[in-house]
Design a protein around this ligand. Structure first.
Ligand code: SAH
Length: 473
């Protein structure tokens, strides 16, 4: 280790920045976050710095660097953009035993500015000794993804409850376990101070009762998590954070192996995929499993393809959990329609072509009750989920309710997954094309002339059967 990482308390302490340009402005911003007393020495100031100076938030001495500028400084930053001047500043600082940061010149630095992940009061600093700043930045980005934004709020709340925790949980081990659990579920915790306080109070009471009676409070919780359309990189940060913390994961058929690989290695994996025809029985079974695991005190990740609130029976699962008094958090996911639109390059709305989009499922008896006339209307997009086996019926309904045969349509199979395929056509020929292509689930049907915007889509060809639908509409 060539440098010792430290945290400096710069509040109210004089820091001198030599240089008044863009780079200097960036450094000043950082120093202001640490409430330093900043003096900028430069003949001219970047607009942002000028603004700060005019409000008295920094001081400015107009002119070139002079060694006497360092009088009273705790720290110096050389950011002139002129390597020679920066070196001179560095030398003058060294003579006065003042730490100096010379931008982009680690040899002239006695102090390096790390890349920072700020979840104040939790702050992480990353450095590479100045040799690989891009690596430091990339590392920082990964840390950003790993730690929930709310950590700062949590740390502040923990500080408020520290004394109380000490008195109701005098046993150090127990107290450590309590806080450990608190932070490990951080991504699912409320973020308002009041809600957090209520949460901590309840949890502390339960932990204190457990300590008293020797009977552990075994109330786990459930995280209803959207896994997105398949590509694991489309998981939300929160989904990823919670998948790294769960004890057990109950996952559906549509959750890809790649997503499952992001689950904490020692979490138990339970497949609860439903096969067609036996929906009702298995949904009840899923409810029982969720309750069973949660009642053992576990943190249950209920992982569903796409978004848990879109054609996913999330509402039913929420109701069951609420009735049983099990805390539950919903984490949204990228629904299949959005994943498919993105990877097929089909905008779901487009000025002058489509001004509304409907997500619809035409499964089973409910299909008859759909407002087919509305779905067949022009200037909109309809995305049909679970439509592969129903494709001929869907197209027939749309045609029967006035959609022209030339209206564009596309099928996106295994959207965002390695085997993704795009089949385009019109209402007249999409059934035939899908049979030819042997389309398999999971696949989405997108109906609307937005499909024609999928320029560059490999399988897309202008279709002769189009009959000037746009003019007709
Ligand atoms: N909750 C899920 C939808 C579940 S219904 C979501 O928000 O996406 C299941 C249907 O979603 C499938 O029949 C299929 O129509 C669609 N689907 C899910 N993943 C898909 C994918 N990767 N590619 C295409 N369609 C997909």
């Amino acid at each position: 280790m060539d440098q010792l990482p430290v945290f400096l308390d710069l509040r109210g302490r004089r820091v001198v920045v030599i240089g008044g340009g863009e780079v200097a402005a960036r450094k000043v911003r950082m120093l202001q976050r640490a409430a330093a007393d900043v003096l900028v020495v430069a003949p001219e100031l970047h607009a942002e710095l000028a603004e700060e100076a005019s409000h008295g938030r920094i001081q400015h001495r107009a002119g070139f660097f002079n060694a006497t500028d360092l009088d009273a400084a705790w720290l110096v930053v050389a950011a002139t953009g002129d390597a020679e001047v920066n070196r001179a500043v560095s030398k003058a600082a060294a003579e006065r035993r003042i730490f100096v940061n010379a931008v982009d010149d680690s040899a002239a630095c006695s102090l390096l500015m790390p890349a920072i992940v700020d979840r104040s009061p939790l702050v992480m600093a990353v450095g590479t000794g100045g040799g690989a700043p891009v690596l430091a930045r990339r590392t920082r980005a990964r840390l950003e993804a790993l730690f929930p934004q709310s950590l700062g709020v949590l740390a502040a709340a923990a500080t408020r409850w520290r004394e109380r925790a000490r008195s109701v949980l005098p046993d150090t081990d127990r107290r450590r376990r309590f806080w450990d659990r608190f932070y490990s579920g951080a991504s699912a915790l409320p973020v308002t101070a009041e809600a957090l306080d209520r949460h901590i109070e309840r949890a502390l009471d339960a932990a204190a009762a457990a300590a008293r009676t020797g009977v552990e409070d075994l109330r786990g919780e459930v995280w209803l998590i959207g896994a997105g359309p398949g590509d694991p990189d489309l998981l939300t940060l929160r989904a990823l954070q919670l998948l790294q913390e769960c004890d057990v994961v109950l996952y559906d058929r549509l959750v890809s192996d790649e997503v499952l690989e992001r689950v904490r290695r020692d979490a138990e994996r339970v497949f609860v995929g439903k096969e067609y025809g036996s929906h009702r029985a298995t949904q009840t079974h899923i409810h029982e499993l969720m309750l069973e695991h949660a009642r053992l005190g576990r943190r249950v990740a209920r992982l569903k393809g796409g978004d848990p609130m879109v054609f996913a029976r999330g509402g039913e699962e929420l109701a069951v959990l609420a009735a049983a008094g099990i805390p539950v958090t919903v984490v949204p996911g990228v629904t299949a329609a959005l994943g498919a639109a993105a990877s097929a390059g089909i905008p779901l709305t487009h000025r002058g072509v489509s001004q509304a989009v409907t997500f619809v499922t035409a499964m089973g008896e409910a299909a008859a009750a759909l407002d087919w006339r509305a779905l067949a209307a022009p200037l909109q997009t309809a995305v049909f989920y679970m439509g592969v086996t129903q494709l001929p019926q869907i197209i027939a309904q749309l045609r029967a309710h006035g959609a022209p045969g030339g209206r564009a349509a596309a099928i996106v199979e295994s959207a965002t997954l390695p085997g993704e395929r795009l089949i385009t056509g019109t209402l007249d020929d999409i059934v035939e094309r899908s049979v030819e292509a042997q389309v398999r689930a999971p696949a989405l049907l997108i109906v609307g002339d937005v499909v024609l915007q999928a320029a560059g889509a490999p399988q897309h060809q202008p279709l002769e059967s189009r009959t000037g639908e746009q003019e007709a509409e």
